[in-house]
Design a protein around this ligand. Structure first.
Ligand SMILES: Cc1cc2nc3c(=O)[nH]c(=O)nc-3n(C[C@H](O)[C@H](O)[C@H](O)COP(=O)(O)OP(=O)(O)OC[C@H]3O[C@@H](n4cnc5c(N)ncnc54)[C@H](O)[C@@H]3O)c2cc1C
Length: 439
């Protein structure tokens, strides 16, 4: 570190690796509380990122950060979700206004390039030293506490930074998780995605224009996310075996895949693809820890399961809010650090856990049937909508109703054992394939 007569080591209280939603949120909150924060982002904003559909539970976080008006200005109002299934004659619409807590009836669809830039500039405004084109190359934790980071700038210049605490918000790069050997493939789930942006897609009318639409099809499901500037994001989340079957260029493969879902193809008739299609391989993983001596793992740097419920940004920002509280306690009241870290750990693990049961089953016929026609028996529909709104950290007492929903799912699966067995076998063989491929 600092070899070859490099410039003197720079100092900060907290070094944040990655300027996405998690990194910019934790940096803003800690800078606001008077910490010297160095935020390192390897790329430059605005930059493309997938993950454009937000949840109502994001909105209080925007208020807290002071960016609500800016996000509203770039966002498309999303009042609910439309579900389209090949096994059902009509689509279903789920409105957030019908959720358990009626106070958050909408969310936004955003271009992540704009959204992430808003959060990043906000961190700088709040006093964080927010640096773009700065890639963290290495971190060494000192036995007595604190860490040294090696940072490389775009022009190749190297810097060393000393930090009292490190927040890893490096997303799917899982900077620390990878280096510490803490990252684990999710043994219970895997999927892959292929996506692009389209101009001229046929959207729903009126206030439903900004709804996300989910289309199930033979190999998985599609998202259809209308953005504010008229562009629509379309992506297929598929079993990895399907992506592996690709023999054509990605653009053609995406269009062939869309053709397998006639109801989506009809919405894209005459639409023009305006970005190159991108494919992402199996991305379901979690680290075996949320923190260690002198560091926290935030957002995707800790875990990511699946985009079906659009939870990624909400979970990333929530973990950053909790992370800021934990780091503040560690640095200002070390005697209370253990308790603060335990709380951070509990909440960070809880988010992915709450959603995973539903995610693992979303392509099964019983779950599809329940989502297409949710009844409000025992307030199950309101509880389900609360979950879909991301309302898992508030005091809404949705637990018992969700338990009833799960019971009903098992009951329906038993009522049609052949379909349930087929879905289970398919999932199992896909997991085995991924394990054999070492994905
Ligand atoms: C196909 C797909 C669809 C998705 N759809 C949705 C959706 O609709 N809604 C939703 O909420 N979520 C969605 N997600 C998930 C969402 O994209 C992520 O959960 C979210 O971006 C996580 O935020 P983050 O801040 O943890 O990480 P990121 O947003 O990935 O930010 C990490 C940042 O760290 C930077 N970085 C990485 N390594 C370094 C380094 N060494 N030094 C400096 N900088 C570094 C990166 O450049 C990046 O800017 C989707 C994910 C996938 C794969």
């Amino acid at each position: 570190m600092g070899e070859g007569g490099a410039a003197a080591m720079k100092d900060c209280d907290v070094a944040v690796i990655g300027g996405g939603p998690a990194g910019s949120t934790v940096a803003a909150l800690l800078a606001e509380r008077g910490f010297r924060v160095a935020l390192f982002e390897k790329s430059r904003h605005p930059r493309f990122h997938i993950g454009e559909s937000l949840l109502p539970a994001n909105l209080p976080l925007f208020e807290r950060l002071g960016v609500a008006a800016e996000v509203r200005a770039i966002g498309m109002h999303k009042w609910g979700a439309e579900l389209v299934s090949p096994a059902h004659p009509r689509p279903t619409r789920l409105a957030f206004a019908d959720a358990w807590d009626k106070s958050l009836p909408y969310a936004y669809q955003v271009r992540r390039s704009q959204f992430d830039e808003i959060l990043f500039r906000n961190a700088a405004r709040k006093g964080a030293l927010a640096q773009e084109g700065c890639r963290v190359r290495g971190v060494e934790f000192a036995p007595g506490g604190g860490a040294c980071l090696q940072v490389e700038r775009e022009d190749g210049a190297a810097e060393s930074w000393r930090a009292r605490f490190v927040a890893d918000a490096s997303g799917r790069d899982t900077f620390l998780g990878g280096r510490l050997g803490a990252k684990r493939r999710n043994a219970r789930h895997n999927s892959a995605a292929i996506y692009a942006h389209f101009r001229g897609a046929r959207r729903n009318a009126g206030s439903c224009e900004g709804d996300i639409t989910i289309f199930w099809f033979e190999h998985g499901w599609f998202w259809f996310i209308p953005l504010a500037d008229g562009i629509t994001s379309v992506g297929a989340v598929v079993w990895p075996y399907y992506l592996k079957s690709r023999t054509k260029p990605v653009n053609e493969f995406l269009m062939d895949t869309i053709a397998l879902c006639p109801k989506l193809a009809a919405r894209l008739e005459g639409a023009e693809r305006v970005t190159a299609a991108e494919a992402t391989g199996n991305y379901s993983y979690a680290c075996d820890r949320t923190h260690g001596p002198g560091y926290l793992l935030l957002g995707d740097a800790y875990a990511f399961i699946d985009p079906v419920f659009s939870t990624g940004v909400m979970l990333a920002m929530t973990s950053a809010v909790d992370g800021a509280d934990a780091i503040e306690t560690c640095l200002r009241r070390p005697g209370k650090a253990r308790r603060a870290l335990a709380r951070f750990d509990r909440r960070t693990r809880r988010g992915p856990r709450e959603f995973s049961w539903f995610i693992y089953r979303v392509t099964s016929p019983a779950m599809r049937g329940l989502l297409m026609g949710p009844r409000n028996l025992l307030r199950m529909r309101e509880a389900l909508l609360a979950l879909l709104a991301g309302d898992v950290f508030s005091r809404s007492p949705i637990g018992p109703s969700l338990l009833a929903f799960k019971g009903l799912y098992y009951f329906l699966s038993l009522a049609d054992p052949r379909a349930a067995l087929r879905a289970w076998r398919r999932r199992r063989s896909s997991l085995r394939d991924a394990a054999n491929a070492g994905a």
